[in-house]
Design a protein around this ligand. Structure first.
Ligand SMILES: C[S@@+](CC[C@H](N)C(=O)[O-])C[C@H]1O[C@@H](n2cnc3c(N)ncnc32)[C@H](O)[C@@H]1O
Length: 219
C-alpha cells in the first residue's frame, strides 16, 4: 500500500531485502534483552511481527524458543525460509507472509509473548497500530507479554525530510518512519498493563537511532 505521495513501502522492503542482512547479522540489543526477560518469565512461544531478515528470530530459536514470525515482504519471507533451513533452525519455526493491517491469522491465547523491533514505527497510522495491538492482545495468553520498540522524538530523523501525515516522515532512502512520544504509547496500551517505557540507542546499521523499549502485559 502506498502512503500519500510516498513510495510504496512493501515494494521498498522487497527491494531492500534483495541485499543481504540490511540490519547486520548480529542480534539486536533489544533482542538480547528480550531473550533474558523471556527466560526469566518462562516464555516458550513467541510471535514476532516484522521479523525482517531474522537477526532476532535466529537468536530466539537458537535459545530454545518456538517462534512464529510475520512480515509482509515477499523477498524477506523467502529469505527467512531458505536461511532457517541453512541454519538448521526450521524445527520450531513458522514464517508467514502477512500484512498485519489485515489481522493476525492465528488462534486466541496461543502465545506467551509478542515481540517486535522497529515494526510499529513503520508506515502505520495510530488507528492501524491500535488495531494490531488489539490483535496481539487476542493471540496472547492471559498475562502474556508484548515487548516492542519504536523510534521516538529524540531520534535524529524526527521532524526531518518529507512529512507523510501524523508523526510520519519519509527519509531520503525512501522509508516512511512513524515517531512516537510517551503519550502515544500510553494511548495505545489499552487492555495492557505498562511495565515500562525506556529510551535506548540502537547502534545497528545503517545509523544510530533513538527508540523507546516498551513492555506491556496483557491484563
Ligand atoms: C525496520 S524493519 C525491522 C526488521 C527487524 N525487526 C529487525 O529489527 O531487523 C520493519 C519490518 O516490518 C515489516 N513491515 C512493515 N509494515 C508491515 C506490515 N504492515 N505488515 C507486516 N510487516 C510489515 C517490513 O517488511 C520490515 O521487515
Amino acid at each position: 500500500m502506498q502512503g500519500p505521495g510516498g513510495k510504496d513501502q512493501k515494494r521498498q522492503w522487497d527491494e531492500t531485502y534483495k541485499q543481504k542482512e540490511f540490519f547486520g547479522s548480529e542480534p539486536s540489543e533489544l533482542g538480547q534483552r528480550a531473550l533474558q526477560i523471556f527466560k526469566q518469565r518462562g516464555v516458550r512461544k513467541v510471535l514476532e511481527l516484522g521479523c525482517g531478515q531474522g537477526r532476532d528470530t535466529w537468536l530466539f530459536l537458537r535459545n530454545g524458543l518456538s517462534v512464529t514470525a510475520l512480515d509482509y515482504s515477499e523477498t524477506g519471507v523467502c529469505y527467512m525460509r531458505d536461511r532457517s533451513e541453512e541454519l538448521c533452525l526450521d524445527k520450531d519455526f513458522v514464517i508467514e507472509m502477512q500484512d498485519a493491517r489485515k489481522g493476525i491469522p492465528l488462534p486466541d491465547a496461543s502465545f506467551d509473548a509478542v515481540y517486535s523491533h522497529m515494526f510499529f514505527t513503520m508506515e502505520l497510522t495510530e488507528s492501524e497500530v491500535a488495531a494490531i495491538m488489539e490483535e496481539c492482545r487476542r493471540v496472547l495468553r492471559p498475562g502474556g507479554l508484548n515487548m516492542y520498540s519504536v523510534r521516538n522524538f529524540h531520534d535524529p530523523h524526527y521532524g526531518k525530510f518529507t512529512p507523510r501525515g501524523e508523526d510520519m516522515y519519509e527519509n531520503p532512502m525512501g522509508f516512511v518512519v512513524h515517531f512516537f512520544d510517551e503519550a502515544k504509547i500510553r494511548r495505545l496500551s489499552s487492555g495492557y498493563e505498562i511495565e515500562w517505557i525506556r529510551e535506548f540507542d540502537d547502534t545497528s546499521p545503517p545509523f544510530v537511532k533513538k527508540l523507546y523499549e516498551v513492555m506491556l502485559r496483557k491484563v
